[in-house]
Design a protein around this ligand. Structure first.
Ligand code: FE2
Length: 246
């Protein structure tokens, strides 16, 4: 039985799906090399609910810095699991997962609970916060898909994307996007080359990220590499040793 707050969020999330045109979204996704960005897709009321939880976990941000590659703050799945029921309800929402599965043309599953990235917040709050060009590489045996939901963007930062880098017969297309509150982005992590440009002074940008996979198993070597990357680049060493709540 869902608690009443989560139940209300769940209903709002279901209603938010009603006006969406799955066929249009699917066409756009494939035309853009498995990438889709829709401005202000998520209703303001839901974004506000999520932001209340963001403010609750903000004191627990883990700041990270990899010279030449990234600088910023993160809050992992483990913390959200304890303190952010509305955000978790979004990650787990079957209707939204079905939508993504339809668009991607393959059934999508939640990441294992051991993955601190599965549902996480990225905070760009200090001047120069950024991330360099990368793919959201899958260390899983299946493919990995990323959702980004803009929660706040009072910044000059841009999500810059290079589409079609792995399609030899297509010209690379560059995009530069704001991720304002409610903007919803979905892509295949191994296909989209992307970065976030540096934050200016007195600016702030907060993004929720969700990860889905087609096969949640992972080889031991891949698990080790993935853990190291997360500890150094995102959530700190404590996240490595923190067992998720069951
Ligand atoms: Fe990324």
């Amino acid at each position: 039985m869902l608690n009443p707050v989560v139940h209300a969020i769940d209903q709002q999330l279901t209603e938010a799906l009603l006006p969406l045109h799955v066929e249009d979204m699917t066409r756009q996704y494939w035309e853009q090399g498995q990438f889709l960005a829709l401005e202000h897709l998520m209703p303001t009321q839901l974004v506000q609910e999520f932001m209340q939880e963001v403010e609750r976990v903000r004191p627990q941000i883990n700041r990270n810095f990899i010279p030449g590659h990234k600088k910023g703050g993160s809050v992992s799945f483990y913390l959200l699991q304890k303190s952010a029921p509305a955000i978790l309800a979004f990650y787990h929402h079957q209707g939204w997962m079905n939508l993504l599965s339809q668009i991607a043309g393959v059934p999508l599953l939640l990441c294992p609970e051991e993955d601190p990235h599965s549902c996480a917040l990225y905070f760009y709050t200090e001047p120069g916060d950024h991330i360099g060009y990368h793919y959201d590489t899958s260390y899983y045996k299946g493919e990995r898909f990323t959702v980004l939901l803009g929660l706040r963007d009072q910044s000059s930062s841009r999500l810059v994307c290079r589409l079609h880098t792995k399609e030899p017969d297509r010209e690379v297309k560059e995009l530069s996007l704001r991720t304002e509150a409610g903007t919803y982005i979905f892509f295949n992590g191994d296909k989209l080359h992307h970065a976030v440009t540096p934050l200016g002074a007195a600016e702030e940008r907060i993004v929720l990220t969700l990860q889905y996979v087609t096969n949640p198993s992972m080889g031991m070597a891949q698990r080790w590499f993935s853990n190291m990357k997360d500890a150094v680049g995102y959530f700190g060493w404590s996240a490595l040793f923190r067992k998720p709540n069951r």
